[in-house]
Design a protein around this ligand. Sequence first.
Ligand code: 4NP
Length: 158
Amino acid sequence: MSHSVLFVCLGNICRSPLAEAAFRAAAERAGLDVHVESAGLGRWHLGYPPDARAQAVARRNGIEIGERRARLVTVEDFYRFDHVIGLDAENLSGLRRLAPADGRAEVSLLLDHVPGREGQSVTDPYYEDDSAFDDAWRDACEGADALVERLLAETAGK
Ligand code: 4NP
């Protein structure tokens, strides 16, 4: 059974590429079959690679993300993916406005999957210093690990 997951932030150059990378790595470690992408709600950086600071924190953690390019989330994504996951509360609101009524994706907030962190946002690091990117990476990993746990449990229950 394969699971498809789309992570969404504002620019698709900082947080959602980190969540995509963290989730792909966590799923691979767990032997979980996934299709994962990321996208943004804003147009500023379409077609651009991830922010250099996001690439750097991923590289410090052994993952190269420089090849990916920012894209917008589309209405079709809500039919293509099992899960569409916002990185912060504003992203979640934007996704809920965009989601078609008959879309099949479950729309959620990343940290809703982490027991005790429900409702929390992954802070936008774009205007912050490098340590904010370390924080975003840590949150992305925590959310990714918790989501893998949930999907493993669902797979086992099927
Ligand atoms: P992201 O970060 O949503 O984590 O990719 C941002 C990137 C760019 C902007 C805001 C947030 N921006 O305003 O251009």
